[in-house]
Design a protein around this ligand. Structure first.
Ligand SMILES: [Cu+2]
Length: 180
């Protein structure tokens, strides 16, 4: 089980910044399979049957304790896989979160059993939906830099990827819908 030591308030602050953001046309890069770590705008990795596309994390304010991170995962295999966990050197731990309605409000919560990536399907981790969350950041995430994170899959095993750190969208400061 996940130990939620970060306060709900702090967690909620980070999550609202995830709204209203769009990946700006990067999806057409990196059509070929395999790693191409030499390109900074590389956006596609293959790990076993999984294609991992467009990993990015959100830049944070100096005292912001948590950061959201996102990518798109396609399972080209014939068996479901499960994203079990995430970790990164810049945070005490990582979690896999979902957004879910509780009464009238949308809240995020850890996926205790991981995130299923069904065979033949694509699961998009994106602002307002499934996401990775880096908890207890040891340093701010600076726009334009990269941060590494390791995803642990049930079948594909562990995959370390660079996440490009992207800035906040100016219209993302809507604090509604994420109260504790
Ligand atoms: Cu979250």
């Amino acid at each position: 089980m996940f130990a939620l030591r970060t306060t709900l308030a702090a967690t909620a602050i980070a999550c609202v910044t995830l709204n209203g953001f769009a990946i700006a046309g990067d999806m057409k890069h990196g059509e070929q399979a395999g790693h191409s770590m030499d390109k900074m705008d590389m956006v596609e990795h293959q790990a076993g049957d999984l294609m991992l596309k467009a990993p990015f994390a959100r830049a944070t304010l100096p005292n912001q304790p948590v950061a959201g991170a996102f990518l798109t995962i396609t399972n080209m295999g014939e068996d479901d896989d499960v994203l079990i966990s995430v970790s990164t050197p810049v945070a005490e731990r990582g979690e896999v979160h979902e957004m879910a309605m509780e009464g009238d409000t949308m809240k995020m919560r850890p996926l205790a059993d991981g995130l299923v990536i069904p065979a033949g399907e694509t699961v998009e981790l994106k602002p307002g939906g499934y996401h990775l969350m880096f908890m207890k950041l040891q340093e701010p995430l600076v726009e334009g830099e990269m941060v590494e994170a390791t995803l642990e899959f049930q079948n594909a095993g562990s995959v370390t990827l660079p996440f490009s750190i992207q800035g906040k969208s100016a219209k993302a400061m809507d604090h509604s819908g994420h109260g504790s």
